[in-house]
Design a protein around this ligand. Structure first.
Ligand code: B16
Ligand code: MG
Length: 217
C-alpha cells in the first residue's frame, strides 16, 4: 500500500538547531542579555516569530514592531550565512538510506517543516529531489502543535492523514502529528518525546523490517 511519510527538517534531516542557536545567541547578546542551550531546546519546531517573542520575554525586553521586524531579518541573515556553508556531509546518519528505501518502494514522501528556509537547506545538502512535495513555514498560517503543516503535507502527496507517518524531533511536532491522527515517530530522547507512538535516537535505529511494518499496516 502507498503510505505517506512526512519528514520534519530541522533536527530530523539535518542538525540546524546549532546554527539557530548561534544566530539567536548573537542577537540576544547584542540586546544585552544571554541565551542558553536549554532555552534553545524550547525553540525546536517553533516558528521564527514565536521564537523571537520567547527570547525577548526571557531577556525581559520589549521592542517596537519595526525593531522586531529588523531583529528577525538580522537573525535570519546570520543564520543563512551558516546555511550557505552546508553540504551533504551534514545530512544526519541513515536519512538517505530511509529516503531511498521509501522511494524504491513507491511510498509517498513529503516535507513538513516550520522553517521558511526549508528549500534552500534541502538544496544545500542536495536532497531536494527526494521529496514529492515540500510544505514549510511559507505555506502555513498555524504553527505546530497545530496539525495544519502535516495535513497539507499529506494532501500534497494525495495520501489520507490516517495513512501517514511523521518523523519529528520536537514536542510540538509530535503533538501536531498526533492531532492530525497520523503515526508519530519521535527522533531523539524518550524523556522529551514520550507522546510519540515510536521513539528512536536516530535513523540508524530504524530497520527495514520496521519500515515494512509501517507500509503494510
Ligand atoms: P526559520 P522544523 C523549525 O524547523 C525549527 O525547529 C525551529 O527552531 C525554527 O525556529 C523554525 O523551523 C523556523 O525556522 O527561521 O528557518 O523559518 O524543525 O519544523 O523543520
Ligand atoms: Mg524539527
Amino acid at each position: 500500500k502507498r503510505k505517506g511519510f512526512i519528514f520534519d527538517l530541522d533536527g530530523v534531516i539535518v542538525d540546524t538547531a546549532k546554527y539557530h542557536f548561534l544566530a539567536w545567541k548573537n542577537l540576544a547578546n547584542s540586546l544585552g542579555f544571554d541565551f542558553t542551550e536549554i532555552q534553545n531546546e524550547q525553540l525546536k519546531g517553533v516558528s521564527r516569530v514565536e521564537s523571537l517573542k520567547k527570547i525577548l520575554t526571557w531577556g525581559e525586553t520589549t521592542v517596537s514592531e519595526e525593531k522586531f521586524q529588523d531583529l528577525m531579518t538580522l537573525k535570519n541573515t546570520e543564520y543563512l550565512e551558516f546555511i550557505n556553508k552546508m553540504d551533504d556531509s551534514e545530512i544526519l546518519p541513515d536519512v538517505p538510506r530511509v529516503l531511498d528505501y521509501l522511494k524504491d518502494n513507491k511510498q509517498g514522501v513529503s516535507l513538513g517543516s516550520a522553517s521558511k528556509n526549508a528549500r534552500v537547506i534541502l538544496e544545500k545538502v542536495n536532497i531536494l529531489d527526494k521529496f514529492e512535495a515540500i510544505v514549510d513555514g511559507n505555506d502555513v498560517s498555524k504553527a505546530k502543535p497545530d496539525p495544519e503543516v502535516f495535513l497539507n503535507a499529506a494532501d500534497a502527496i494525495n495520501v489520507k492523514p490516517e495513512d501517514c507517518i511523521v518523523f519529528e524531533d520536537s514536542v510540538a511536532g509530535v503533538q501536531a502529528a498526533n492531532a492530525a491522527h497520523m503515526i508519530s515517530i519521535g527522533i531523539g530522547s524518550e524523556d522529551v518525546l514520550h507522546e510519540a507512538d515510536y521513539i528512536f535516537n536516530d535513523f540508524t535505529e530504524i530497520s527495514t523490517e520496521f519500515i515494512n511494518k509501517l507500509i503494510n499496516n
